[in-house]
Design a protein around this ligand. Sequence first.
Ligand SMILES: Nc1ncnc2c1ncn2[C@@H]1O[C@H](COP(=O)(O)O)[C@@H](OP(=O)(O)O)[C@H]1O
Ligand SMILES: [Mg+2]
Length: 276
Amino acid sequence: MIILNDKQVEQTLGLVGKAAQCVMRYYQSSLNITHKSDGSPVTIADMESSQCLEAGLAEIANYPVLSEENLPASNAWLDWPVYWLIDPIDGTKGFINQTDDFCICIALIYHHRPVFGLIYSPVAQRAWLADSSRGVLQCDQAGVVSLKQSAPTAPFRVAISADNPSDKMRQLLSVLGDYDCYRRGSALKFIDLVTGRAAIYPKMWDTSEWDSAAGHCILEAVGGEVLDFKTAQPLQYGRRQSLINPHFLAHSGISSENVMQLIAQYGLMLSANAER
Ligand SMILES: Nc1ncnc2c1ncn2[C@@H]1O[C@H](COP(=O)(O)O)[C@@H](OP(=O)(O)O)[C@H]1O
Ligand SMILES: [Mg+2]
């Protein structure tokens, strides 16, 4: 197991603060937006944040860095036992639309599992980080607080993406009875699961491994899970040529019975679609 020492964690926090300063120089200004092959937007702020993080992380711990904005030409990650996996701005749409829902995600992957995760909100100037020895720490100017799993209150609060359609989601959640949905962009939805604002975050649309890795690590550190909807096993990283995640169910503090109901319902929806 790889564990970052206190100095490396402090340096990583300093670095993410520096990347956030790069990003905030462009927030609420007019930006030239280009689109990638999956249709997602990218700006100069994504690129500058990536350059800042890539250079800094390699100095903090000299592992390869896999960034959303700088992918290796080949599938080099298949041979890496340990590497940094970063999303220089997660929720670029929220950044462009000035919703405040965007963040910087940094994960350290060791043998296909996220062993360190850090999510930073440049607007709130707050970081959440986790690993197996520290649990989850929330760090901001007021200080450092250790977060524990908070019990969800009824009805279940469900965090969903800002722009994924609702009909499929309603069908999935129908097995829960009473629930209450809200929309929010970016990996900050994982933080909502940690703080108890949400109990469930289902993702039935494509995301990439850098979108989930840091949040996955932070959520697991308070006892939550990020499960592949098809296998009911935790997501894994860097195992396949494709970096697209399977559809997943992230949750915290709900019963295993509810988890199995949601996974079974996903399976039924999948078979019904295949039959059409
Ligand atoms: N078709 C697709 N393939 C891969 N990733 C996708 C995708 N559509 C959306 N995403 C990713 O999902 C993220 C947004 O998720 P959410 O809607 O939950 O906030 C975006 O992250 P970025 O903003 O980092 O590009 C985007 O990359
Ligand atoms: Mg992203």
